[in-house]
Design a protein around this ligand. Structure first.
Ligand SMILES: Nc1nc2c(ncn2[C@@H]2O[C@H](COP(=O)(O)OP(=O)(O)OP(=O)(O)O)[C@@H](O)[C@H]2O)c(=O)[nH]1
Ligand SMILES: [Mg+2]
Length: 306
């Protein structure tokens, strides 16, 4: 069995066979359409991206539809990402004309942080409303982003109530829902949206590893091998400690390393389970904080590359 598994993986690696993943089903196309129809109701778009892959989780479709509308890019799950990298990405986005900030949505101060930034971005509109005698007009924000990025969690935190359903898997929010905060703020929660074609395979791996794609929709071994490569290059000691790997183990080919980790995790030759263990460990922070997107992938800005 191990031999067949190894041969299949090597075959996949050599021929780079990409599986026919259907991650853009009808309901996602519908959600994108709904966003397009309702974006005019909002004063500002909150686009949420995952701080562990902030560049790869920007949805080009949302950017196209939302062009011209005040926009705040919010890097969520900053508590799971590399802190310095998060700061660098926020700086990079700001440098490229985006209002951007990072959050840990479990932190109670997040509500103030986001409300203040939104008011700052909309300052001239608020001032002109004031000049017309309209005081304390409600600000409407539409909140969008890839599945499982933390949209509903952030909105609950902003309004200080558990009004939107949240859960640790993609596809929890099924329809749009307006949520009211006591601070002249109305927020539209929306279902997570991916886009029909990823620009390259590594974007798909990053989104899968961070939990934006349903676990039954991607090949676990491919994503686990991607994770092994990443952690071996960036946090070798975390990998070694978590799976009791020796220096020699760390020099194995990535396929052999996946097999070794599966065995050390007590899963014998169940490589699918071994793969899922690595994926879940990464998501839960058991391999340390990490950021998959290097600044070098951004090159000359968003419009050209993503
Ligand atoms: N560590 C950490 N976890 C977070 C953060 N924000 C959200 N989560 C967790 O991420 C998971 C997904 O959160 P949701 O708010 O349901 O995500 P969503 O974007 O609304 O997901 P869909 O509705 O399925 O598209 C939950 O388990 C949250 O607890 C954060 O800032 N840090
Ligand atoms: Mg949701």
């Amino acid at each position: 069995m191990a031999r067949i598994f190894r041969r299949n993986l090597i075959f996949k690696e050599v021929f780079s066979i990409s599986s026919n993943i259907q991650w853009f089903p009808g309901h996602m196309a519908k959600a994108l359409h709904q966003f397009q129809n309702n974006v005019h109701l909002a004063d500002i778009i909150f686009e949420l991206v995952d701080a562990r892959c902030p560049y790869s989780s920007i949805n080009p479709e949302i950017r196209k539809i939302g062009r011209g509308k005040p926009h705040l890019l919010i890097l969520t799950k900053a508590d799971l990402a590399d802190t310095e990298m998060t700061q660098s990405w926020v700086r990079w986005f700001r440098l490229h004309g985006y209002a951007a900030t990072s959050v840990d949505s479990k932190n109670n101060l997040t509500s103030n942080q986001i409300t203040k930034i939104a008011q700052q971005i909309l300052k001239s509109k608020i001032n002109s409303d004031h000049a017309k005698g309209i005081a304390n007009k409600t600000i409407r924000a539409i909140c969008v982003g890839v599945p499982n990025v933390g949209k509903s969690t952030l909105l609950n935190q902003i309004i200080k109530r558990r009004a939107a359903q949240v859960g640790n898997r993609p596809g929890i929010t099924k329809g749009q829902q307006w949520l009211k905060s006591s601070r002249n703020l109305e927020l539209l929660d929306t279902p997570g949206i991916l886009w029909p074609r990823f620009q390259n395979e590594s974007i798909a791996y990053k989104l899968a590893l961070t939990g934006a794609i349903k676990d039954n929709l991607y090949p676990k071994d491919d994503v686990a091998l991607f994770a092994i490569d990443f952690f071996r290059n960036h946090a070798e000691q975390n990998l070694a400690k978590r799976y009791r790997l020796t220096g020699d183990d760390l020099k194995l080919s990535r396929v052999d390393l996946l097999m070794k980790i599966t065995k050390n995790a007590g899963m014998l030759q169940d490589f699918n389970r071994g793969s899922m263990r690595i994926i879940l460990d990464a998501r839960r922070g058991k391999l340390g904080n990490f950021t998959l997107d290097e600044l070098s992938i951004a090159k000359s800005g968003l419009d050209n590359d993503n």
